[in-house]
Ligand binder design. Structure first.
Ligand SMILES: CC(C)(COP(=O)(O)OP(=O)(O)OC[C@H]1O[C@@H](n2cnc3c(N)ncnc32)[C@H](O)[C@@H]1OP(=O)(O)O)[C@@H](O)C(=O)NCCC(=O)NCCS
Length: 195
């Protein structure tokens, strides 16, 4: 796998959708507004954020860390009509040995929920993971009560793989986690990738 290619392309706007652009997350995207997405109870209800206060400094540190990482690629989701940074989507836990990665998303601007943004962002990132990075398997986990996220996974062509009982604990409650995944269709056609 050409790891250098990831470093190169992640610096600039690279994935153009109909309504959004995904660009490599850098310090220019850091704002108090972004930091506060991770302090918002409603935004963080179904994810691991929001357990501790997230500060501007912590956000800056995160961006610096991921900018130099070879195992996570984070993209800022930019609304094309307003040029606003409305959320992030990542390919994380990249395993260059297994050619797999985990997709996670957070749309921090609630006005943009329910407009198909997550589905569009997933489609762009899946295409990037398969066709630019050459990955074989992409997966996503979500709480079983996160119906919007389950819809996004299904619309993205992911298949349900199973449920981890009580794997998520928040607000004094356990919740089951569902896992969805998609295999690179090119690899299926060719009967598997040897390396
Ligand atoms: C979950 C989240 C990513 C969804 O993003 P989104 O851009 O609003 O999703 P989309 O508009 O692409 O699609 C969501 C689909 O779910 C549906 N949906 C939305 N809310 C729903 C609900 N409460 N119950 C059932 N379906 C719902 C929508 O109608 C849409 O389906 P459709 O295309 O058939 O109409 C976004 O709300 C978010 O970032 N939430 C906070 C962080 C989070 O939960 N991240 C995921 C952690 S795993």
């Amino acid at each position: 796998m050409n790891k250098g290619a990831k470093q190169q392309v992640i610096e600039e706007p690279l994935l153009e959708g109909k309504n959004i652009t995904l660009e490599g997350l850098t310090k220019k995207h850091v704002s108090q507004r972004y930091a506060d997405w991770l302090n918002d109870k409603e935004i963080c209800r179904e994810n691991s954020h929001g357990r501790y206060l997230n500060t501007l400094e912590m956000t800056e540190n995160y961006v610096t860390r991921v900018d130099h990482s070879e195992t996570i690629a984070v993209f800022a989701i930019i609304d094309k009509h307003t040029s606003q940074h409305i959320g992030n989507i990542s390919l994380g836990n990249i395993s260059w040995e297994n050619n797999s990665a985990e997709i996670a998303i957070l749309i921090g601007e609630k006005d943009f929920w329910g407009k198909g943004i997550a589905s569009e962002a997933y489609s762009l990132v899946i295409d990037y993971g398969f066709n630019k990075l050459g990955l074989h398997r992409l997966y996503s986990g979500m709480t079983t009560r996160n119906k919007a996220m389950i819809k996004v996974a299904e619309k993205s062509g992911m298949s349900y793989e199973g449920t981890f009982k009580d794997a998520f604990y928040k607000d004094s409650q356990y919740c089951d986690l569902a896992q969805y995944a998609i295999i690179n269709p090119q690899h299926k056609i060719s009967g598997g990738k040897s390396g």
